[in-house]
Design a protein around this ligand. Structure first.
Ligand code: ATP
Ligand code: MG
Length: 303
C-alpha cells in the first residue's frame, strides 16, 4: 500500500483497479488503473485491464526467455572453445608420445657399451629421467580427455535434435534458413554424452548455415538403419548451400583445415572425434553446387 501512495497522486475521490501481472505461477507486478474522481469500473474495463496485464506478462516472459537463450548460447560457445582446447591438448599429447618412445629407445641404445664411470652414463640417465617426466605429463593429459568422454547417459535423439534446433533458431532466422526435421517414430535411445552430442549438432548445423550465405533450407532426418556393425541411428543433415569443392573434400575432417577466413577448422575434427568416441562416425554423404549432406551415426546399445 505504501508503494501505491507513492505512485498515485493524492486525489480526494479516486477509484482504483489493480490486476496482477502474472505468467503461470510467476507474478511480475501489478497493473494499477486510477481514475481521478469517483468512478465505478465496468466489467468491460476489468476485462480490458486483465487482457492488458496478460499481454504485458507474456512480453516480459518472452524478453526473459530471449535473454536466457543468449546466455545459454554464450555458455555453449565457451564450452565449445574448451572442447576445442581439450582436443588440441589431446592431439598434441598424442603426437608427443610417439617421438618420446623413440627417444627412450635411443637412450637405451646409447648407453650400451658405456661403463658406469663414463660421464656420458650420467647424462643419459638424466635424459631418461626427463623423458619419463614428459611421458607422465602426456599420459595425464590423455587420461583427462578420456575421463571427460566417460559420462554416458541414455539419449533421446529426437530431443537432442529439437534442442539443437531450438538453440540455434535465432541464428536460422537471421540467416534466412528454413529448418525441417523428419524424425522416425519410436526411436530407441542411444548411449552418449549429452554435451558432446549437442556439440556435434551445433557444429554441423552452423557449418550448414555458413554454407548458405543467402539463406536456404536445412533438413535433418533421423532414422534407424542397419549399419556395417549392427543397428545404428543415422542422422542426415542436408543443406542447400554452396557445396564442398572437389579439391578439399578429403581435407575437411582434418584439424585446422578451413576454407573460411574466420574459421578455426576444428569443427568437423571435433565432430569426428566425438562420434568415434561414441563408436559412430561421420561421412560426407553427397555434395554438389546445390547442397551438401553429411551423415552421422550412433550404434544402438547392446541388448
Ligand atoms: N555444410 C557444408 N557445406 C559446404 N562446406 C562445408 C560444410 N561443412 C563444412 N564445410 C567445409 O569444411 C571446412 C571445415 O569445416 P570445420 O567445421 O571443420 O571448420 P570451419 O567451419 O571452417 O571452422 P570452425 O568450425 O572451426 O569455426 C569448412 O571450412 C568448409 O570449407
Ligand atoms: Mg565449422
Amino acid at each position: 500500500m505504501n508503494l501505491f501512495k507513492k505512485l498515485i497522486p493524492p486525489v480526494s475521490t479516486s477509484s482504483l483497479l489493480a490486476v496482477p501481472v502474472r505468467y503461470d505461477d510467476d507474478t511480475f507486478g501489478i497493473l494499477v488503473c486510477v481514475s481521478m474522481g469517483a468512478y465505478r469500473f465496468s466489467d468491460d474495463d476489468k476485462h480490458l485491464v486483465t487482457a492488458l496485464s496478460s499481454f504485458g506478462a507474456s512480453s516480459i516472459q518472452n524478453a526473459r526467455l530471449y535473454s536466457k537463450v543468449f546466455t545459454v548460447e554464450e555458455g555453449l560457445r565457451r564450452s565449445e572453445r574448451l572442447t576445442a582446447l581439450g582436443l588440441l591438448s589431446a592431439e598434441v599429447a598424442h603426437e608427443i608420445r610417439n617421438p618420446l618412445t623413440v627417444l627412450k629407445l635411443l637412450c637405451d641404445t646409447l648407453s650400451h657399451g658405456l661403463t658406469q664411470d663414463d660421464p656420458r652414463t650420467e647424462d643419459i640417465e638424466v635424459m631418461r629421467e626427463k623423458i619419463q617426466h614428459m611421458e607422465g605429463v602426456v599420459s595425464r593429459v590423455l587420461g583427462m580427455s578420456k575421463a571427460q568422454s566417460g559420462a554416458f547417459k541414455s539419449i533421446d535423439m529426437r530431443q537432442a535434435v529439437e534442442n539443437a534446433v531450438l538453440l540455434l533458431r535465432l541464428k536460422f532466422q537471421q540467416a534466412g534458413v528454413l529448418v525441417r526435421t523428419d524424425v522416425a517414430e519410436c526411436l530407441p535411445f542411444i548411449e552418449g554424452n549429452p554435451g558432446q552430442i549437442q556439440q556435434v549438432f551445433l557444429n554441423l548445423l552452423l557449418n550448414a548455415v555458413q554454407a548458405m550465405p543467402t539463406g536456404g533450407s536445412l533438413k535433418i532426418k533421423v532414422t534407424p538403419e542397419k549399419g556395417q556393425t549392427g543397428e545404428v541411428i543415422a542422422i542426415y543433415i542436408s543443406d542447400t548451400g554452396l557445396g564442398v569443392p572437389e579439391e578439399i573434400k578429403n581435407k575437411i575432417f582434418e584439424s585446422f583445415f578451413t576454407s573460411r577466413e574466420d574459421g578455426t577448422g576444428l569443427g568437423l575434427a571435433i565432430v569426428k572425434r566425438i562420434l568415434r568416441d561414441h563408436r559412430g562416425d561421420i561421412v560426407l554423404e553427397s555434395t554438389s553446387r546445390t547442397g551438401t549432406t553429411f551423415k552421422i551415426w550412433f550404434p544402438l546399445p547392446a541388448k
